[in-house]
Design a protein around this ligand. Structure first.
Ligand code: 5GP
Ligand code: 5GP
Length: 208
């Protein structure tokens, strides 16, 4: 029926570098299933409005139900690992992301499609490989923010947003990458708006 309401304008697909999540004064805990591989992990797929605001916790009647994604769990453990303490399997993280963000795009992606779409995006993007082809790798060195942005822009055809956090010495480092996706969850787009926050012009890319 042609009456689906426009719940949101686009998605941010957000990836986190585990080395930077862990390399802070707060530290991290590996999942109970083991240390994740040294790759970007999914943080979330977040419905957003063009003005930079976003809906959250849109449907308390549709809480996270792991039985709906049982076929995806092993991939989620690999590609969407939790690094928060105390150690967990990931279900707390996935449940938070679904309840807070996923329920706001429910008219387009049901629970299974929401997680499957995020996993598919991560596989398609292969950010670590495209950075490495540009000579940028998680070796503990500093890289210019502009070189990181250009490498991703050239690799995926659209400008990303980079979020930094601070290591234990207060140095700015590559923490999260934001990529914009249309409301179907399948096409990358230019970001209608960018988040706020600042990186230094040279940022660390710690090992993991
Ligand atoms: P932080 O305080 O780390 O910027 O954000 C905390 C949480 O707020 C994020 O993990 C996410 O759930 C939510 N959030 C922050 N910025 C945005 C945004 O631009 N869009 C959406 N949809 N959620 C956001
Ligand atoms: P957001 O920041 O999307 O609102 O949600 C992040 C929430 O998920 C926080 O409550 C955080 O403690 C929890 N969380 C669990 N594992 C992770 C993780 O690996 N990375 C991040 N950023 N948050 C995690």
């Amino acid at each position: 029926i042609l009456c689906a309401s426009q719940d949101f304008d686009f998605f941010y697909f957000v990836l986190q570098w585990p080395g930077s999540y862990c390399d802070t004064s707060k530290s991290c805990c590996f999942p109970s299933t083991g240390k994740p591989e040294a790759d970007f992990g999914i943080h979330g797929l977040w419905p957003n409005y063009n003005d930079g605001t976003y809906p959250s916790n849109c449907d308390s009647s549709a809480p996270y139900d792991q039985s709906k994604v049982s076929d995806l769990i092993s991939k989620m453990q690999q590609e969407w690992p939790t690094l928060a303490c105390p150690s967990g399997t990931g279900s707390t993280f996935w449940s938070h992301e679904w309840d807070k963000h996923g329920t706001c795009s429910e008219s387009i992606l049901d629970q299974h499609s929401y997680f499957a779409t995020a996993l598919k995006l991560k596989d398609q993007l292969n950010i670590l490989q495209l950075l490495s082809k540009a000579g940028i790798s998680p070796d503990g060195n500093n890289y210019s923010l502009s070189s990181i942005k250009s490498a991703i822009q050239e690799g995926i055809g659209h400008a990303p947003w980079i979020e930094c956090n601070k290591d234990t010495s207060g140095n700015s480092q590559l923490y999260q990458i934001y990529i914009c996706v249309d409301t179907s969850g399948s096409n990358l787009i230019e970001c209608p708006t960018f988040p706020h926050g600042k990186c230094d012009s040279n940022i660390g890319f710690p090992t993991f």
